[in-house]
Design a protein around this ligand. Structure first.
Ligand code: DX5
Ligand code: ZN
Length: 217
């Protein structure tokens, strides 16, 4: 199992995104939170910005789409240069078709579950995706408190992945920090999104290295 760090640029300086991406060149991914003001009560950025970031980023982009109608939009994020595209299971009409369209456009496909959404009804989708994102906060904002009560869900996904076979990653997103990453590893997660814990640090690169060391410990 490979452990990967995906800092969220939601906590970066939006006036200097190219420089902010270079601060995390030691990371495995740059997590890009796309919010449409409808699926979540916050609005961030969309396709043109992802396309621009993909041209200058030293690390691949991990797009997390918190938007309505991902069936329509998700494949376009892959075409715009995101190398991983995650849609929310609560928002999608046809998850199989959407995952296949993302992969056909050349990206890894993933679905996300909000804290109140169970994983079990979607276990069959493991055949169609490369990653499952278990949210550890309510999506919408950075800097919220980590929800430990989501760890049994992470473990259930890990068990389902083990039964299914193959290399499907399990990502956690929200409140992941030096204090909480160990709990996530124990539960079975292997891709860690961290926004404020990385961009709130003076030395973002050192924060990435520290999270990686703690995950490996
Ligand atoms: C929340 C976003 C997260 C957020 C995480 O809706 O999906 O990616 O940026 O921020 P922290 O790590 O500060 O909780
Ligand atoms: Zn996110």
């Amino acid at each position: 199992m490979s452990l990967q760090i995906s800092p969220s640029i939601l906590s970066a300086d939006f006036a200097n995104l190219e420089a902010e991406l270079h601060r995390i060149s030691a990371a495995d991914w740059a997590h890009v939170d796309v919010m449409d003001g409808h699926f979540v009560p916050n609005l961030t950025l969309g396709l043109p910005v992802v396309e621009a970031l993909s041209r200058v980023s030293p690390v691949p982009l991990d797009a997390h789409l918190m938007i309505e109608d991902p069936d329509r939009w998700a494949p376009q994020y892959a075409e715009a240069g995101a190398q991983s595209v995650t849609f929310h299971i609560e928002a999608v009409a046809d998850p199989v078709a959407t995952a296949r369209a993302i992969r056909a456009a050349g990206a890894r496909a993933a679905f996300a579950v909000k804290p109140g959404t169970a994983f079990e009804p979607y276990a069959d989708l493991l055949a169609e995706v490369d990653m499952v994102l278990v949210m550890t906060v309510e999506p919408g904002f950075g800097g919220q408190a980590f929800m430990t009560d989501q760890m049994p869900k992470v473990s259930a996904v890990r068990e389902a992945v083990r039964r299914h076979g193959g290399e499907i990653w399990i990502q956690v997103d929200g409140g992941v920090s030096a204090d909480t990453i160990g709990t996530c590893v124990e539960a079975g997660a292997d891709v860690f999104v961290a926004g404020s814990a990385v961009y709130g640090a003076e030395d973002a690169g050192a924060a990435v290295d520290r999270l990686r060391q703690l995950a490996l410990a």
